[in-house]
Design a protein around this ligand. Structure first.
Ligand code: SF4
Length: 478
């Protein structure tokens, strides 16, 4: 352990202290105690000195990918006990090791950049220019494997299904060559690396390719040709984001970087899904009110059927459910008189803002008055108390939704309102032209900062104390 630790972290940190802290952590749990693997992971990184010195970018990408693998495991094996940690190790060695790519491939800021990926990973994607190199017989198509390698007798299952055959390889080649929108480059090479005397045979797929449609010789020197203006009319690919993501940049740009660039996942909150459940239930109730208002009994039934918390014990689920019922009943009691003004519920939007594509969902769009003119609508967003502690800036959120309602949905909202479900109150947000202009400017600036990879520290003790990364962030304010 001591040796490995020193090797990994170039002698920085105190290995003895690390071992002691891990032992203390282990001793504080009994075999039957439920544990949070993600929480353990963050703590262990902290013990290794993650808040004292910077990991390299590659290490952070890979640690972020490991964090993602933990979340995927916890999503299936909820409430893991300490004694069952061996199953997680089995998952890492037997599955994750082979099925998770190196971290960094999904970095959302790498737009309009060269992507290097396997053909399998490119399925469903398209690019203006595609290179398929290394087309060598025996590699693509791959040489048939030796069937003796199977531990199970091969007459007991369909071997071909698992080994693939020439036609599977041909289909894969078809996937590769149909990824290109404009130019496709296929290449092979003659000599084997480290074997100067031996020559490669070009792939049969390359030989079979219709020669009439290919350029196999260099084209004439294009120096004196008439040049076109190659300025792009629009970005080739946009940076996909949402307000839910951008708000982390406002909280702290470094928080955004750890979460979305390196891919770290926070510890799963037991209340995860609470807000989503309430939104889904309200959506059903709103829709029902338009045709046949549900009775109290039906409302309770809707809650029963649609309230889910994946990571909670039954005791907590019951408590959260009671709180949800109280909130929903209170909301209906006070505001059901206005339900006839509802125009759209859970309305999805997507609009381009310079290099970004912003998507989201507006909880409710209402006509402003009984006349029901489309010109006069009100957008509403529901807020229950933020159980994650990080408060959402609902003013910004509603302003962005107002812009979305105009750009993406063709509405002209006159009012934007937040329903604070817990308190049963509403607040109106200024969505005047001036306010929206300044909001748009702010969002553009944030997007520009993200794409240019500017993630300065914005550490304030208060933010750091409630931050998901307080155990692993070198920039934390103590
Ligand atoms: S711990 Fe502080 S500095 Fe680090 S990401 Fe969180 S808020 Fe930012």
């Amino acid at each position: 352990m001591h040796r490995q630790y020193r090797l990994t972290f170039q002698d920085k940190g105190d290995a003895t202290k690390f071992v002691r802290e891990v032992e203390q952590l282990k001793a504080s749990y009994k075999p039957n105690d439920t544990i949070s693997l993600q929480g353990f992971f963050h703590l262990i990184l902290g013990f290794m000195g993650a808040i004292e010195f910077e990991f390299s970018e590659t290490q952070l990408y890979n640690l972020g990918m490991f964090s993602q693998a933990i979340t995927d495991f916890e999503a299936i094996y909820k409430q893991i006990k300490l004694k069952d940690i061996k199953y997680f190790l089995g998952y890492i060695v037997g599955y994750a090791k082979w099925n998770y790519e190196e971290g960094g491939a999904d970095d959302p800021t790498k737009i309009n950049a060269i992507k290097i990926m396997t053909v399998h990973r490119a399925k469903g994607l398209q690019f203006p220019v595609v290179f398929v190199p290394h087309l060598i017989e025996g590699l693509f198509p791959i040489r048939a494997r030796n069937s003796n390698r199977w531990l199970i007798p091969t007459n007991l299952f369909n071997v071909q299904r698992y080994e693939g055959n020439l036609e599977d390889e041909r289909r894969l080649f078809y996937v590769a060559i149909t990824r290109s929108e404009k130019f496709l480059f296929l290449s092979t090479h003659q000599y084997k690396k480290n074997y100067p005397g031996l020559q490669n045979e070009p792939s049969r797929f390359l030989r079979e390719f219709p020669q009439a449609k290919t350029l196999t010789q260099p084209i004439p020197d294009p120096t004196h040709r008439e040049k076109l203006d190659l300025k792009l009319a629009a970005p080739l690919k946009r940076f996909a984001t949402s307000y839910s993501d951008l708000r982390y940049y406002d909280h702290c740009p470094y928080d955004y970087k750890l979460r979305f660039i390196f891919g770290f996942n926070p510890e799963i909150s037991i209340a995860l899904g609470y807000g989503r459940s309430i939104h889904n239930i309200l959506n059903i109730i709103h829709s029902k009110y338009l045709t046949n208002p549900p009775s109290d009994e039906e409302i309770l039934k809707i809650v029963e059927q649609n309230f889910f918390l994946r990571y909670c014990t039954q005791e907590f689920i019951d408590r959260f459910k009671q709180s949800a019922i109280r909130i929903i009943k209170n909301y209906i009691e006070r505001f059901s008189g206005e339900f006839n003004l509802i125009l759209e519920t859970e309305k999805q939007f997507e609009f381009a803002l310079e290099q970004a594509l912003i998507s989201g969902q507006i909880d409710l769009i209402k006509k402003f008055n009984e006349k029901g003119e489309l010109e006069a609508i009100e957008i509403v967003d529901f807020k229950e108390r933020d159980l994650s502690e990080m408060t959402t800036d609902y003013v910004k959120q509603l302003r962005l939704y107002a812009i979305a309602a105009m750009r993406s949905l063709g509405f002209q909202p006159k009012r934007a309102v937040v329903h604070h479900l817990d308190e049963g109150t509403r607040s109106e947000v200024d969505i005047s032209e001036e306010a929206l202009k300044s909001m748009e400017f702010e969002v553009k600036e944030t997007i520009e900062n993200i794409i240019s990879r500017r993630f300065p520290k914005k550490a304030k003790k208060k933010s750091c104390d409630i931050c998901d990364w307080k155990w692993i962030c070198t920039k934390r304010e103590k």
